[in-house]
Design a protein around this ligand. Sequence first.
Ligand code: ADP
Length: 320
Amino acid sequence: IKTIGVLTSGGDAPGMNAAIRAVTRTALYHGMKVMGIYRGYNGLINGDIKEMNVRSVSEIIHRGGTMLYTARCLEFKTLEGQKKAADRCRELGIDALVVIGGDGSFRGCKDMAAQGIPCIGLPGTIDNDIACSDYTIGYDTAMNTAVEMIDKLRDTTQSHDRCSVVEVMGRNAGYLALNTGIAVGALATLIPEVPFDIDRDIVQRMNDTRRTGKQHFIIIVAEGVGRAHDFAEIIEKKTGIESRATVLGHVQRGGSPTLRDRVSASQMGYHAVQLLLDGKFNRVVGTRGNDIVDFDITEALNMHKSIHTALYEMSKVISI
Ligand code: ADP
């Protein structure tokens, strides 16, 4: 491998820049050439590509977003698009790609591999919904941002004796919601992985805690279970407590990455280049506890990850 391309794809996540930086500098250290591909797979198809040097990735480790921009690329989902992308790699002498993104982006990696371009995937998403990895780049920052926002919300919720129903991101996964719920002391957290009953899990809990003196309530709903506005309306109707919905939305994607995201992203970016140096292709990098691990892409895409049920049970016991 003499030249590698690096791109970010799908939703952005804080820490992606630290990964780009680690990939670029590790590859340059080993004498490789590095091409920065802009706006995900679009950049490959359109030739939106620039050579990187050690200074190209200066001043980015502390910034959210991605210096390479990101996009969703429909054309790339077609065989014709994939062929164009692979031809572009051959034209520019790109021997391998490092793709930072989610499962969709890794499916793209598989397609590039089928076109003869070796790929390494790095898990970058605030949702933590990559099965082969305990942890994904951006997850820690997003949770900390959500906690900071909800702490501010709590002040006003408390002053008005209200109920705040807060919708947090996570796509079809509840990791972000569950941990945020525990950290802000939410009375209830609704996540897609655990069936719930509004009367039993929210209304009754609110009435019970009201009897013990609680007068304001934070309820977290993962975006995967429904809309905060709908839940707030039902809760107000059933409890008589004024209930307001707050949708945190895309602020959760932004901000300076936390130490954990910067360090994990750096380790994973470094590992990606090591794999290429060792001739290990078409793999997804992840973490298992404190270790950096890697899996074959197909195997990684077929894996499943479950929610930490003990953590969920704990949250119910201590949030009353
Ligand atoms: P994420 O990578 O965060 O899961 P998406 O699912 O939006 O985000 O995927 C990002 C991009 O990856 C898509 O816009 C597309 O270019 C590519 N992609 C997604 N799914 C596939 C697929 N099945 N085959 C090829 N490319 C895909």
